[in-house]
Write a protein that binds this ligand. Sequence first.
Ligand code: PGA
Length: 248
Amino acid sequence: MRKTLIAGNWKLNGSISSITELVRGVSSGLQSLNCEMAVCAPYPYLQMVSEQLESSRLKVAAQDVSEHDSGAFTGEVSAEMLLDFGCSYALVGHSERRSYHSESDEQIAEKFNRLKLAGIVPILCVGETLAERDEGITQAVVSQQVLAVIEKFGISALSDSVIAYEPVWAIGTGRTATPEQAQEVHSDIRTLLASFDENIAAKTQILYGGSMNPGNASSLLAMPDIDGGLIGGASLKADDFLAIGQAA
Ligand code: PGA
């Protein structure tokens, strides 16, 4: 049985005071939840959040990581550094990184591997644009994004890792994939993993992301291959984030 994971992606939002309040709010409502909860904080706040969460079940996560381990890479943050600050998870390949920072599948696979080597669970984000969906190539696009990791590092890299399916057209738009649309892609991803290793396919948590909120979370999370959510906007309000955890 796969455990449900609800991860909040704060993106470029927050300040010391607003994050302190948000963490306090989320921590106070965690007791009644059965699922795992994590928050992806901006780098400068990771230490503060991990200190504030020390006695809480909420896990700290990063939004990205460098593909390098050290050296002359100005502005980069390595997986080992994230580990130093108590990160349990980190996102790689978020569509905003793919599009605004031109990150390639190859680079994302390298980042994924850095996290694995450091013992941090990667959350590999995949998803098609609206044009790609309209063209009928969703499955091909998403498969290629997953295969980029498998071809470089083998299927074993996917064990103890998380995949987040986030259709680009649903991110921050208020337009959510229907549970059936999401389930179809999640099931395709699991089938792809199973073609390499059935055990890993059965165990891998596949999250849905893209305008998930307290109103639509239950129906999405009820689908057999949706094992949690990656939540942007709704993770910035403690009540909404907890309500999604409740739905899980
Ligand atoms: P959203 O963002 O929930 O605001 O659509 C999700 C994400 O980008 O991870």
